[in-house]
Design a protein around this ligand. Sequence first.
Ligand code: TXA
Ligand code: MG
Length: 316
Amino acid sequence: MTPSASGNGDGVETAAAALARGDLVILPTETVYGLAADARNSQAVARIFEAKGRPRFNPLIAHVADIDGAHALGRLDQRAERLADAFWPGPLTLVLPLANDCPVCDLARAGLDSVAVRAPAHPMARAVLKAFGAPVAAPSANRSGRPSPTTYADAVAETGSATGAALDGGPCAVGLESTVLALLPGEPARLLRPGGIAREEIEALIGPLLQAGDDARRSPGRLALHYAPEAPVRLNVATPGEDEAFLAFGAGASTGALVLNLSPSGDLREAAANLFAYLRAADRLKPAAIAVAPIPMHGLGEAINDRLARAAGFVG
Ligand code: TXA
Ligand code: MG
């Protein structure tokens, strides 16, 4: 059984002790809930893949408390230092060349000679990382092929039964996974996954980014079909059918029992925070399909449209 904890100091200690035992932990972050394990312990990491029902061993993000923790795992060049300075703790993951003696186990890196590192901003995640004092591997806490959980209840329903502890950190403020950026020696910076930090914010600091495209070698996780609700998803819909659930965006959208507005004021940040929870809510209505209004492509819109394309099955 999973002891749940409300996020008081005891909860943090319980979670850190569970990680040290090699157990899994439901860990709230500002992006989505994570399913966490000691990143050094390959048996614990193997349990993550098992609990998620992941068909393949995709590389996982190693979470650290701060930039010092990142230096122990990967080598940060000037670009990485500048971005870490600006956006950590926060929803940015840097794929870096391995530091000497990087403790993150092979399985968590899927055997790659690079490591994905992130310092999350959620105070509870930070407290656990500080108490544990070592890197924590954590993919989103959903079972494979389902939307990432952005609430405690959704996270526990997905993978809670496999965990030794679960922390309730409230609804996730960002609601979308982190932006994943590769900063490898002799290569231009490459956007592997749009996410909680907008491309424009990164480009303002280090110049234009290359698009990852479908580069399977560098980002194997991009090949998996993620974020798929049960109902089929239709994108860029102006007028939904009567038997369809509708994810609207902006003022003046239609209303009704099957309509959920991602952001009535047209705020992309709010829409990102609501996206996964609303996809789940729409799916629970058992509609013929989930129709989604057009979402602008700027700022967080790039990440929202990426996740919607995956939900619709356009990105295999
Ligand atoms: O917001 C987030 O990033 C959440 C929270 C829990 O931190 N985590 C998350 O993890 O979304 P996950 O496992 O669902 O996504 C990790 C992404 C995958 O697309 C994976 O392929 C990529 O990061 N990745 C990890 N290590 C990599 C590496 N060494 N090279 C290239 N891509 C890597
Ligand atoms: Mg995921």
